[in-house]
Design a protein around this ligand. Structure first.
Ligand code: SF4
Ligand code: SF4
Length: 189
């Protein structure tokens, strides 16, 4: 008799994440959420998402906006007492949500994709372009209000009109291309 059970949602998340097995060591201490600059916008803190993953709540986890508001700052990862790869887990959730088409917050996905697009092209975010694109597509009625805020930030040199690239952007692009090639190879294998 074959007693092998199919992998659970937790098993698949662990297998898809470098050092993902550490997730089973989560203490539910909440340090990750307390360190997260995007926590106020997330519908679940990272700690909650991990508890839900352990409980097998696949649909709820993959419908969450939490990974899409993650800006990959690694603040949670460096502070986690269990060295859990929290940022990488957020990428795993995003990949699983896309491939299973269970993510419903298109606006948040667009925000994330725009942010990544600017970083890939310039090596840094371009806040004015990011906010303008997001609000024009998803909250056009907010554009005037946001425009006032943006103008005040421009006056105080907190925003720039034009996107600027980091030095040695070609090196960053080469690294990103290499990383994508490795990820694609691993996904196939
Ligand atoms: S900081 Fe680490 S151990 Fe604490 S809740 Fe977050 S993932 Fe779990
Ligand atoms: S890496 Fe993501 S989840 Fe972690 S603190 Fe930064 S924004 Fe929050």
């Amino acid at each position: 008799m074959n007693t092998t059970r199919p992998p659970t949602f937790f098993d698949r998340v662990v297998a898809a994440t470098p050092q993902g097995e550490l997730l089973s060591q989560c203490l539910q201490c909440g340090t990750c959420g307390g360190s997260c600059p995007s926590a106020a916008d997330m519908d679940h803190t990272p700690r909650e998402l991990f508890a839900m993953t352990m409980a097998g709540l696949e649909d709820e986890v993959l419908a969450s906006n939490t990974p899409w508001y993650c800006v990959s700052c690694y603040a949670c990862t460096v502070r986690c007492p269990q060295q859990i790869p929290i940022t990488d887990l957020m990428y795993t959730f995003k990949q699983m949500a896309i491939s299973s088409r269970r993510f419903e917050h298109r606006a948040t996905a667009d925000w994330s994709e725009s942010f990544i697009g600017f970083v890939e092209q310039r090596g840094r975010s371009f806040e004015l372009g990011l906010a303008t694109r997001y609000h024009l597509f998803h909250h056009p009625t907010q554009v005037v209000k946001m425009g006032t805020l943006g103008w005040n930030m421009l006056r105080h040199n907190r925003l720039t009109f034009r996107p600027r690239s980091i030095r040695n952007i070609e090196q960053l692009r080469a690294i990103l291309e290499k990383a994508k090639a490795i990820a694609e190879k691993e996904a196939v294998g």
